[in-house]
Design a protein around this ligand. Structure first.
Ligand code: PRX
Length: 662
């Protein structure tokens, strides 16, 4: 079994006095119990929620589902035909109705839904009533372009309110959205549109990032020219940069919305009707279209938003994720909006125009619950405490972390310098596939240990297994989910066999393999150890090693490539590529640059390798499988692990010499 080495901040990050404080706090080996003040003001005060879920898991989930508005109630809670699950069978609901209409009916129309801040500093405050109007009009506009229930719509947008409106408008008419992160390249967008056979694309002229325009429309044009399924493109004017408008195919967002009627009847969706497809990386070169359906997903995200974030009417919640990732789907759009939360949404970069942008936003908008990623926290640590110290962060009462294991140093720094020792931290483990948070503290009930995601949430069955499927009660192994949960993925779009193979074949067909390693400590606390498959987690972004290898061999200079994730102080993991060039090609720094650019063009700049090592060969097993574990040892300068299965041991010795030169 291969685990990532436990994260430790380097000497140079640990030097400052802030870091000495962190070290001292860590030495105390403290368990952080919820403060009386926090518990007093929290919604959940009693551990009986865990007991209720244990006693009758299905009815427990049904009680959660009842918190949504249904047009028709279900007649059966679960049908489990492993690995295929159906939840709330016969139930009818609409996700956009649950995020908008019902709040207005309940007299909350005037409540602020979104406080949006653009990177240049422009601000918009949007009430639930206004969001409702926008979504209705857009839904009618989409319908007028011929989109019907079940059709797929691709969304490629910056972080603007219209991205959320577009998702909700699709949900309103029963169209299936597939949001593609705005940092993905034209090719990556094309692949996803093609796989989903999307009919409509909703995009923008551009978005602001570090003072520059990200030319989304330009990229969309390149993608769409090879996508015959796309009949129409809706373009939001955000940055006002010049874009190419193709008559008939392209329509300005403001024009189509202006022409649309005010009300659009929400489609009565079956609980098991598809809500969205979201592509994520796996262990092959081709991303997987993860399918989520309506009833179970909405139940999972809305319940966990309440339990984990304790969102109350007075709270201002800020999740810094992009809507292009599952975190943005579940904890910007569907979870918080189903709970009528008031949220901050920010378009740009945390260091623009200065490294205190996030803290300024918290101060200005009085954010009380803040949810971000360890990679961001580690960057903040590096930038120094002077940035948060210069801002008033006293509105904060709860902090969250997501996307990768949070190392104890980063946890303690976050606790001390952002939470000012009064905010609990919820380290939330979950995946695109799980739909909602599955392992996390409930801040008012769970004692915290820095670096541990603590325990499964109520109604979630988690176990740690050995390779052979033996249960581990203490120590490390593979993280598995042993009972179905409402917001679980329902499949991989167009590929049921891959669904079965990837998630349900490691042990038994009713046990879900997460792809993560985890350790159980003496108190039964879970410590996530990172991926155990060929998937990397780079700055909280999930990227398959094979995807990057495919992108590299796509370049005519490359004969073969092997990619590994190596430890990185800020990003958690960075990408190292071992490349064998074709005969006659020179391993120069220019070649290295070309190849890095090539990967960025094929996938997006998040996938750009930080290091390319040219080599004559890569170590393989006798059956021809690349031994990434050994490459990781080489790249991280460790003693080599087991080499007994290696086809040609000389290869690795040569590589070691070579790498030390690089
Ligand atoms: O390895 C785990 C890591 O992120 C993976 C899921 O990535 P993705 O589907 O992109 O979703 C990210 C946001 C939910 C997991 O398999 N991961 C996510 N959260 C944590 C984590 N690892 C450790 N601790 C976490 N809190």
């Amino acid at each position: 079994m291969m685990f990532l080495k436990e994260d430790k901040m380097s000497e140079n990050l640990m030097e400052s006095s802030a870091m000495k404080t962190v070290e001292a706090l860590l030495q105390e080996n403290r368990i952080f119990k919820p403060s009386a003040e926090f518990v007093d003001s929290a919604t959940l005060k009693d551990e009986k929620i865990y007991e209720e879920a244990r006693r009758d898991r299905l009815n427990f989930w049904a009680t959660q589902a009842e918190q949504l508005d249904w047009f028709e109630k279900w007649n059966k809670i679960l049908e489990w035909n492993a690995p295929f699950a159906k939840w709330f069978i016969g139930g009818k609901l609409n996700a956009s109705y649950n995020c908008l209409d019902r709040h207005i009916k309940n007299g909350m129309g005037k409540k602020t839904a979104l406080i949006w801040e653009g990177e240049p500093g422009d601000t918009r405050v949007i009430s639930y009533e206004e969001a409702y109007r926008e979504v209705n009009k857009l839904a009618n506009a989409i319908k007028a372009l011929g989109v019907k229930k079940g059709d797929r719509v691709a969304i490629y947008m910056p972080m603007v309110p219209e991205a959320a409106f577009a998702m909700l408008a699709c949900a309103r008419i029963g169209a299936v959205h597939t949001v593609v992160f705005g940092g993905f390249s034209a090719e990556a967008l094309k692949d996803r549109i093609m796989d989903a056979q999307a009919k409509l694309l909703i995009t923008a002229d551009g978005g602001w990032r570090r003072g520059k325009v990200v030319p989304l429309k330009e990229m969309a044009d390149q993608a769409v020219k090879d996508c015959p399924s796309i009949k129409n493109v809706i373009v939001l004017q955000r940055t006002q940069n010049a874009v190419n408008i193709q008559q008939e195919r392209d329509h300005w967002y403001h024009d189509v919305v202006k022409a649309a009627a005010e009300f659009c009847e929400p489609e009565k969706m079956d609980a098991e009707d598809m809500l969205f497809i979201l592509y994520t990386s796996g262990t092959t070169g081709k991303p997987k279209g993860i399918i989520h359906t309506t009833g179970g997903y909405m139940t999972g995200v809305s319940a966990t938003t309440r339990w984990v974030f304790d969102i109350q009417p007075r709270d201002i919640f800020w999740c810094t994720a992009d809507v292009g990732w599952v975190t943005g789907h579940s904890y910007i759009v569907y979870g918080p909006m189903a709970n009528a939360a008031t949220q901050v949404m920010y378009e740009g970069s945390p260091d623009w125009p200065e490294r205190n942008r996030f803290w300024k936003i918290i101060e200005k908008h009085q954010v009380s619950i803040f949810y971000t990623a360890p990679t961001a926290i580690r960057a903040f640590m590096k930038w120094g405490t002077q940035w948060p110290e210069g801002c008033d962060l006293s509105s904060l009462r709860l902090l969250g972390s997501v996307g990768e294991p949070i190392n104890p140093e980063a946890w303690v720094w976050y606790y001390k310098f952002i939470g000012r020792e009064k905010c609990p931290i919820v380290d939330t483990w979950w995946q695109t596939e799980t739909g909602c948070i599955l392992i996390s503290p409930i801040a008012s009930l769970t004692a915290l240990k820095p670096g541990s995601a603590t325990k499964p949430l109520p109604g979630i069955d988690v176990k740690v297994f050995t390779e052979e499927g033996g249960q581990i009660h203490q120590g490390g192994g593979y993280l598995a989910l042993t009972a179905p949960w409402p917001s679980m993925l329902r499949g991989i779009y167009g590929d049921p066999e891959r669904f079965r193979q990837t998630y349900w074949s490691k042990w038994h067909n009713d046990i879900y393999f997460t792809g993560d390693g985890a350790k159980l400590d003496d108190d039964g606390y879970l410590w996530l150890l990172g991926r155990v498959d060929d998937v990397m987690n780079v700055a909280g972004h999930r990227i398959g090693t094979m995807e990057i290898e495919s992108a590299l061999v796509d370049n005519p200079m490359v004969a073969e490539a092997a990619v590994v994730g190596i430890a990185d102080e800020i990003k958690g993991q960075a990408i190292a590529a071992f490349v064998i060039l074709k005969e006659g090609r020179e391993p120069t720094s220019e070649t290295e640059d070309i190849l890095k650019r090539h990967v960025a063009t094929k996938i997006g700049s998040i996938a750009r390798p930080s290091k390319i090592i040219f080599t004559a060969d890569v170590p393989k097993t006798r059956s021809g499988k690349i031994m990434r574990r050994l490459l990781r040892d080489v790249a991280e300068g460790r003693a080599l692990g087991d080499v007994t299965t290696l086809a040609d041991p000389v290869v690795i010795e040569k590589l070691k010499e070579k790498y030390q030169e690089a």
